[in-house]
Design a protein around this ligand. Structure first.
Ligand code: SF4
Length: 339
């Protein structure tokens, strides 16, 4: 899936007062996509099963106005989340959004981008002279809907001009052509989420494959963007070392000639919450994801819920292995964090 085409659209009435909201509705309606206006709550439809509901909502676009007062913090990847989009049409079985969005996984886009960016400016000014980094993909994959909204491009242009601020987002989608000619001034880091063959073939659906992602990564590197690679979730299965080593070598082959500077790496081992497990079991009953609590260690997270992570000894071994392999495949790169 290169460009998400929703099957149904719900538009918050207030969103129609914004030029972007009105334009989006016109564009979607002209494609024959059914569009319904709501006032306060997204209408709840009836579905035959929890699985049908989940899959239908993944194909549903909600166009709304971001109306909260504060941005959420976003450790360890940034200082704040930048709420341009929430949700994602992809169907990765392990998706962390199963915890955040649970059984209401709409793809929701916010049309008051100027107000959101003005809020980012206020946060930045309050923290100066420190640099403030905003994460555009904390609860979404914003590139999946970029062809409709153009919000990522707006944010890139905005942060290029804003002193003491930076923008970053991660994606598995490849619709990056609209970003290549922007005057980004190196202030936006674009990261691609990549994984081993085993993880791609067993657990990722509805997202572009590795080659398409690497081609998109090469394009953004050639356009001078700082580039990052996110390996998440790192899953341990028989042969994981060979599989992840192949991944690193493939990434090097694609990127070597295009990189202006060394890439960054972010490494996130597989974890799950009880809420995510129950969504996964309902939607993907035959999943081969390892979801056995007794094989994991329980850890409290920053948003108040606990998650099941690999035991400490395993984590140490995996971290050591990745650090060693990355430093030999991409010698100048920086590993921002391993969790
Ligand atoms: S691409 Fe990312 S956000 Fe989208 S379903 Fe897959 S893991 Fe979730």
């Amino acid at each position: 899936m290169e460009q998400f085409v929703p099957q149904r659209v719900f538009v918050q009435k207030a969103a129609l007062a914004y030029e972007k909201g009105e334009r989006l509705v016109r564009k979607l309606s002209s494609r024959g996509i059914p569009t319904e206006v709501y006032e306060r709550k997204v209408p709840a439809l009836r579905y035959r099963s929890a699985k049908d509901k989940f899959l239908a909502l993944k194909r549903t676009l909600v166009i709304g106005v971001w109306a909260q007062r504060d941005f959420q913090t976003c450790r360890p990847s940034a200082h704040y989340q930048l709420p341009l989009v929430s949700g994602c049409p992809g169907l990765c079985e392990y998706c962390y959004l199963s915890t955040n969005l649970g059984d209401r996984p709409y793809v929701r886009v916010y049309v008051n981008t100027e107000e959101i960016l003005a809020q980012a400016q206020r946060y930045t000014e309050a923290r100066r002279p420190e640099t403030t980094i905003f994460e555009g993909s904390a609860t979404s994959d914003p590139v999946a809907v970029e062809g409709w909204t153009g919000s990522v491009a707006e944010a890139i242009a905005f942060f290029a001009r804003l002193e003491s601020a930076g923008f970053r987002f991660v994606t598995k989608f490849t619709a990056v052509d609209g970003l290549l000619g922007l005057d980004h001034r190196g202030k936006t880091e674009i990261r691609f989420s990549i994984n081993s063959d085993y993880v791609l073939s067993h657990f990722e659906k509805g997202v572009p494959g590795l080659e398409r992602r690497m081609e998109a990564a090469r394009k953004v590197a050639r356009a001078g963007y700082p580039l990052g690679l996110l390996i998440a979730p790192i899953l341990l299965f028989p042969g994981w070392k060979d599989n992840y080593l192949n991944l690193l070598r493939t990434a090097r082959e694609y990127l070597e000639a295009a990189l202006a500077g060394p890439p960054t790496f972010e490494l996130i081992t597989h974890r799950f919450t009880s809420r995510a497990k129950s969504v996964i079991r309902q939607v993907y009953p035959d999943t081969e994801l390892p979801l056995e609590e007794s094989e994991r260690q329980f850890k409290y997270g920053q948003f108040g819920y606990g998650k099941f992570v690999y035991p400490a000894g395993t984590m140490r071994e995996v971290e050591e292995w990745f650090r060693e392999q990355i430093s030999s495949t991409f010698p100048q790169s920086r590993i921002l964090y391993f969790v």
